[in-house]
Design a protein around this ligand. Structure first.
Ligand SMILES: Nc1ncnc2c1ncn2[C@@H]1O[C@H](COP(=O)(O)OP(=O)(O)O)[C@@H](O)[C@H]1O
Ligand SMILES: [Mg+2]
Length: 361
């Protein structure tokens, strides 16, 4: 028997205050829930649309405890929260996804081990903890390669590419981290991601794979359907679903994959939360990723992830936000802005989705 669902009117606590929390809070509000955001930044995109907000550090025990007592369930839009903080929250209130899931997703080495242990191929990789280990790893993996911090990386931050002539001491120093992973650089045909929702009863609902194009290591566009053919699409969906089941995840899991030129899938990373490459679902699916997230975390039945349209989602990064008046003049464009005032370079300010009638290949 599944635990009884959290009824509308209850309060969902969300750790993290960015645009993912904002869009989750909007979806929660549509289903009659209240949302309480916890993050260190004042006036965060999520807090602007939430019923309540706590502004405190992720390792402030008194604030975490008060937050846990004020909400009926806790989830995350940001997974880099300390283990002790999650333990403290979980001693007071249900937390989805569980600490075990966050632990795997917080650390690139745990993540790659998880993939490989479950028969999922990744680019070749080695753990690196200093210049000597980096020399040995480059000798084994070859160049080009990418050196990544094991923790806290996002949008290409915490990554150094190692090309033919690059100095390894300098690369290690540039990373400025105690531990890293060296990965073989994949000359991929493209990148796809799959987002799966898993409910408390163990049932899964999977969105169609999205075809993702990055510019400067930041997602630029996501397109559905992904031009990868039905067999590879089915393999990607199956892979993501197996990850969610093996992790016993309740919530959402996004799995990022490289598609090799000879048609294989290599797992890059995963995130146990809504994902930028799923924003197209808001406008193109019966149930979008944020509503699915709320449903999973509250123990409600999952909705249909069916896609009714083809879609292209474009991120509005930094100064691209200035095009908003033109976007609004395009009658087919769906504009989503995140309420951020300062359009710093590389900052995700909003996105726009354009739909076309669904045309199955
Ligand atoms: N091993 C690799 N080979 C080729 N491209 C890579 C590799 N690792 C990362 N990239 C590129 O950089 C992007 C960001 O890297 P990723 O590991 O997903 O980190 P994050 O998204 O946390 O910044 C990837 O989506 C991909 O475009
Ligand atoms: Mg990534």
């Amino acid at each position: 028997m599944s635990p009884s669902p959290l009824p509308p009117g209850s309060t969902i606590g969300i750790i993290g205050g960015g645009q993912l929390g904002r869009m989750a809070a909007l979806a929660a509000a549509r289903l009659g829930y209240r949302v309480h955001i916890y993050c260190p930044e004042p006036d965060s995109p999520a807090a602007q649309v939430a019923a309540a907000a706590t502004v405190a550090a992720y390792d402030d025990p008194a604030a975490l405890e008060a937050f846990a007592r004020a909400v009926d369930v806790v989830t995350f839009e940001f997974e880099n929260i300390p283990a002790d903080s999650v333990r403290l929250l979980a001693s007071h209130v249900a937390v989805h996804p569980s600490w075990r899931v966050l632990e795997v997703a917080q650390d690139r080495i745990h993540e790659k081990r998880f993939f490989n242990d479950n028969g999922i191929a990744t680019p070749p990789w080695r753990r690196v903890d200093g210049p000597a280990a980096l020399h040995a790893a480059v000798a084994e993996i070859g160049r080009p390669a990418v050196l990544k911090t094991t923790r806290f990386g996002y949008d290409g931050k915490g990554q150094v590419k190692i090309g033919p002539g690059d100095d390894l001491e300098a690369a290690w120093a540039a990373l400025a981290a105690p531990e890293a992973v060296l990965e073989g650089f994949v000359d991929f045909a493209g990148e796809v991601s799959v987002i799966v929702a898993r409910g408390v009863d163990g049932g899964c609902a999977v969105f169609d794979p999205a075809w993702n194009v990055h510019t400067n290591h930041i997602l630029d566009t996501s397109r559905v359907p992904a031009p990868i053919g039905p067999d590879l699409a089915a393999a990607a969906v199956d892979l993501a679903e197996r990850c969610a089941v093996t992790l016993d995840l309740v919530g959402l899991l996004a799995v990022e994959l490289f598609v090799t030129r000879d048609g294989r899938l290599l797992a890059n990373e995963m995130a146990p939360r809504p994902h930028n490459s799923g924003h197209w679902t808001i406008d193109a699916c019966v149930t979008d990723q944020f509503e699915q997230f709320v449903r999973a975390v509250c123990g409600l039945p999952l909705g249909s992830p069916e896609r009714h349209s083809d879609a292209v989602m474009k991120n509005l990064i930094g100064a691209e936000i200035d095009t908003w008046p033109d976007i609004l003049r395009d009658p087919g464009a769906k504009l989503h802005l995140y309420g951020k005032t300062e359009a710093r370079a590389g900052r995700k300010m909003g996105h726009v989705t354009r739909l076309t009638p669904r045309r199955d290949p």
